[in-house]
Design a protein around this ligand. Structure first.
Ligand code: AHR
Length: 320
């Protein structure tokens, strides 16, 4: 009798630990080590929530680590995932370069790596299985195209200040590149100042204050690599006695609720969408790579462009 009770207890414990496959049959959960960039923006918080919701029990066992925007923390997290022998590593790299060694370690341990949101520069692309995220160059181009369109009939020079994202990060490098590609074709535009605001509101405000100090009123446009920096800069512009959205036209990237609120208030002119809600697509890629099924090398999420006149109608529909 005692033997039977013990056997039942063991079976119960086993079934509590195991997940169930999409067909309903019991299966071992997929252990995923996920290293997130940090919590620097509204976008990032929405991305974290989406990833956590999708990589939930019983199908997944998620080991989540916040790198606080430091590459060294992320490398440590990746090494700890390797030591724990997780099934799959997923991470959003803070910066583009410096990953070769740790990715080789993951590869030697036969742990597939999925890149999320930001890409890496490595000599051998087989060091990661797949990438899911946005086309940041295209986002920069979209911001440039919006500006060209909005500047129709305006005489030059059109003086632009730029708030870049984190130095060395894929979105900062690519958005700058895409934006330049478009505006460089029109001689009216000149980027008069460009500096990193590290994707945060506080830094965006601080750097915009410095721009206003050095340029005075000689700023026509602000291009911010994300909405949070634009929102910080809006505060700096108002504190300088100017009207954001009018005295200085502003275009930024992400499409977070805060940006729609600023557009509704007439303080931001346009936001280029960067979609953080790819948790479900990531979960499917993880299922596939852990089962050894083939996956595309790059999966891009769909995104739009929103202007101030659409803000009131769009705001209630925003999911992040
Ligand atoms: O990598 C995506 C970027 O990172 C988002 O545009 C920004 O808000 C975030 O911090």
């Amino acid at each position: 009798m005692r033997k039977i009770v013990m056997m039942c207890a063991a079976m119960l414990a086993l079934s509590a630990c195991s997940g169930s496959a999409p067909d309903g049959s019991a299966s071992k959960p997929i252990t995923v080590g996920f290293s997130q960039v940090g919590a620097e923006s509204e976008w990032r918080s929405a991305n974290t929530a989406s990833v956590k919701a999708a990589l939930a029990p019983p199908e997944f066992r998620l080991k989540f680590s916040d790198a606080q925007q430091k590459q060294e923390n992320q490398i440590k997290a990746l090494r700890s995932f390797i030591a724990q022998r997780v099934d799959v590593i997923a991470f959003s790299p803070v910066v583009e370069s410096g990953w070769e060694t740790v990715l080789r370690e993951a590869s030697a341990a036969r742990i597939p790596v999925v890149l999320t949101d930001r890409a890496v520069k490595v000599s051998d692309d087989s060091l990661y299985a797949t990438f899911i995220g946005s086309d940041f160059v295209e986002e920069g181009r979209k911001a440039g195209r919006w500006l060209v369109e909005d500047s129709k009939g305006k005489a030059g020079p059109i003086r632009i200040v730029e708030l870049q994202g984190t130095v060395g990060s894929a979105p900062a490098i690519d958005r700058m590149k895409g934006f330049r590609e478009i505006i460089d074709a029109d001689k009216r535009f000149a980027v008069v100042r460009s500096q990193s605001g590290d994707f945060t509101r506080a830094k965006g405000k601080e750097v915009m204050e410095a721009f206003l100090k050095s340029q005075g009123r000689d700023i026509d446009v602000l291009f911010a690599h994300n909405d949070d920096m634009a929102i910080g800069a809006i505060q700096a512009i108002e504190e300088a006695g100017l009207k954001p959205g009018q005295d200085i036209r502003i275009v930024s990237i992400d499409g977070v609720r805060g940006a729609f609120e600023a557009m509704k208030a007439g303080k931001l002119n346009a936001t280029i969408e960067c979609n953080p809600l790819f948790g479900e697509q990531l979960a499917q890629l993880i299922r596939d790579v852990s089962a050894g099924r083939p996956v595309p090398k790059r999966v891009e999420v769909e995104e739009g462009v929103f202007t101030a006149d659409q803000a009131a109608a769009e705001l209630p529909k925003r999911k992040y």
